[in-house]
Write a protein that binds this ligand. Structure first.
Ligand code: SF4
Length: 353
């Protein structure tokens, strides 16, 4: 019977240890298994920005595992196309955790990959994620400018090479995200929901929501994340698709949520403000990469209002467009921002011309 453990507070280190103790996670880990910790470091940004997993989640998990005799522990992650994972490790304080506990950090952008069967198509996945004896997924619950929300299922996307990430976007994200999660099947998910940005995966407007979650079923975790954010499951199609492919259940029965303490004053969940949806109302996206679309959103946050139509994404290659085209793919737009991906600063320059 799947269930979700929930704890309230703001101390990621202590909350992580308490969740793992409460759920007696050590009983699930095979003796001698290599344990891989997979945080969310989509960009080089401090966890306080609401974009990345707090370093305390890693240190708490490492201490819990060590206290219970687990010695083979690593941290694995590959940030999105266009960012540098090493820079992201430093920005989030993971290099200090790595040094302090003598646990290696592996940049999955440099990892070997293996082509494996998935419910959608054969998929290239990084070997360190595939071969972990026990894979612990450590996402942030937050908003996403293309998929509305991101948590357990989508965090698996850090375990594929950049080429595969680009292909995911060309395929519209939803099906490949679901197929990857159904294939990789993380053994455990611990969610950092201390201060996620409820609108934008790159952070910048963190909302204190003061809690963390733990569960073995990433589909159920994401369904609960939707409930917390006030979203219908239909708004995040990859969750239902993942359920259909056997990655877990969206059902949350009475008694499935086990609270380890009482909610604090900070543990409310305001609904996403809809700011990103409003900023992007003139945007016509076709298979846009995350880094490209996020640069556009960042630029729109700072640009003066405009009604000019904006095209972005791989689906615009070779297609004429009367308006502003963002990135190398929009080579047939009447005005084009160069770059792959272009920076937010460059896009802003064009938006304000
Ligand atoms: S220009 Fe095209 S390929 Fe390059 S990041 Fe943007 S959408 Fe992706």
């Amino acid at each position: 019977m799947p269930s979700i453990y929930e704890i309230f507070g703001t101390d990621a280190h202590e909350m992580t240890k308490a969740l793992m103790e409460g759920a007696q996670i050590i009983k699930q880990i095979p003796a001698g298994a290599s344990v891989a910790l997979k945080p969310n470091l989509v960009v080089a940004a401090s966890p306080e920005s609401g974009a990345t997993t707090h370093a305390g989640v890693l240190s708490g998990a490492i201490e819990y595992l060590r206290d219970h005799g687990v010695t083979d522990i690593s941290i694995i992650e590959g940030s999105w196309v266009g960012d540098n994972t090493g820079r992201a490790f430093r920005a989030a304080g993971y290099d200090e955790v790595s040094k302090h506990y003598n646990v290696p950090l592996y940049d999955l952008k440099h990892d070997q990959t293996r082509r494996v069967k998935s419910p959608l198509r054969p998929m290239d996945i990084c070997c360190r994620a595939l071969d972990a004896g026990y894979l612990i997924n450590l996402p942030v619950l937050k908003g996403h400018c293309q998929t509305v929300m991101t948590c357990a299922l989508k965090n698996c996307k850090g375990c594929i090479p950049d080429k595969e990430k680009r292909r995911f976007h060309a395929e519209g994200l939803m099906e490949p995200i679901a197929a990857l999660a159904a294939t990789l099947k993380p053994d455990l998910t611990i969610v950092d929901s201390i201060c996620g940005d409820l609108n934008f995966e790159e952070g910048g407007n963190p909302v204190p929501t003061g809690r963390m979650l733990l569960g073995n079923d990433p589909v159920q975790i994401d369904a609960y994340g939707c409930r917390l954010m006030g979203l219908d499951l239909d708004q995040v199609p990859y969750i239902g698709l993942a359920e259909g492919w056997g990655a877990g259940t969206t059902r949350i029965e009475a008694g499935d949520i086990i609270q380890l303490n009482q909610p604090t004053a900070a543990a409310s969940y305001p609904a996403p403000s809809g700011k990103v949806a409003s900023l992007t109302r003139n945007v016509q996206a076709k298979s846009a990469c995350s880094a490209c679309y996020a640069s556009l959103v960042r630029a729109l946050y700072n640009s003066r209002p405009s009604r000019e139509p904006i095209a972005i994404g791989q689906g615009w290659k070779g297609v004429t467009f009367d308006g502003l085209g963002v990135g190398a793919c929009c080579n047939c737009a009447s005005r084009q921002v160069p770059g792959c991906p272009p920076t937010a600063e460059t896009i802003l320059e064009y938006l304000n011309r």
